[in-house]
Design a protein around this ligand. Sequence first.
Ligand SMILES: NC(=O)C1=CN([C@@H]2O[C@H](COP(=O)(O)OP(=O)(O)OC[C@H]3O[C@@H](n4cnc5c(N)ncnc54)[C@H](O)[C@@H]3O)[C@@H](O)[C@H]2O)C=CC1
Ligand SMILES: O=C(O)C1=N[C@H](C(=O)O)C[C@H](O)C1
Length: 255
Amino acid sequence: MTELLPVAVLGARGRMGSEAVRAVDAAADLDLVAALGSSDPLETLVSAGARVVVDLTVPDATFDNVAFAVEHGMHAVVGTTGWTPQRLDRLGELLAASPGTGVLIAPNFALGSVLATAFAASAARYFESVEIIELHHPDKVDAPSGTAVRTAQLVSAARAAAGVAEAPDATRDQLDGARGASVDGVPVHSVRLRGLTAHQEVLLGSPGEQLTIRHDSFDRASFMPGVLLGIRSVARYPGLTVGLDGYLDLPGTGR
Ligand SMILES: NC(=O)C1=CN([C@@H]2O[C@H](COP(=O)(O)OP(=O)(O)OC[C@H]3O[C@@H](n4cnc5c(N)ncnc54)[C@H](O)[C@@H]3O)[C@@H](O)[C@H]2O)C=CC1
Ligand SMILES: O=C(O)C1=N[C@H](C(=O)O)C[C@H](O)C1
């Protein structure tokens, strides 16, 4: 009989965590050994024998959770946002001391979203202007979304590599925030609206034409195939991987 992979979910009572608990529970090759909330001790991960920890918590908690997992030789699959370059650097140092341990930080687990970001990065060099609009439910605590930040970073890097000039923008007089937040030079606009789940548009413009690359997650079920792919793959990718595209073969992502 094949051994089941012991998996723990952190943030298990949240919107994403509860969906992930159901998905892991339903997978024949995975064993849900722990489902922890904010008041449960992380030591439970050790006593439960978890090999892969899934973090779907809050930006303030995710670094400490992942650091605990790495320090105890457990792989981590992370959907939580809030990973600044400084936190990623610190995580890289921890991973250097734990060779063989893998961490996946996936700003978005929906395969359509990962593809949309890759398409946007591929298209970015061919247009004068690029802007991103991300639209989410109003219970989301962070802005801009992790997906929008990642998309802007890849778009910006692709334009820089191709030597594309800065996008034209004559705006000089404005209310603060009217032009969104600049992420690596790409304007990102955040909408929070009851009824929405998770959506993003990348607008690419040149004289006389516009390309819009839009992705919609209507339900958190959209994220579960990516979560399961991450859980099943993470042990094969020691070190840090940012973006589920790191486990896939997609255009525009440098793989
Ligand atoms: N990568 C992806 O595809 C997706 C990522 N997300 C991200 O996942 C995170 C969670 O999103 P939601 O589920 O909507 O939020 P939520 O607020 O519904 O759930 C977060 C849960 O984490 C718990 N929590 C807080 N601190 C904790 C700790 N130290 N240990 C264990 N649990 C803790 C909270 O009590 C809460 O139940 C956010 O950062 C969000 O942006 C959300 C959807 C998809
Ligand atoms: O909070 C959410 O809901 C989501 N968060 C992630 C993000 O910030 O990009 C992924 C998805 O957009 C849903």
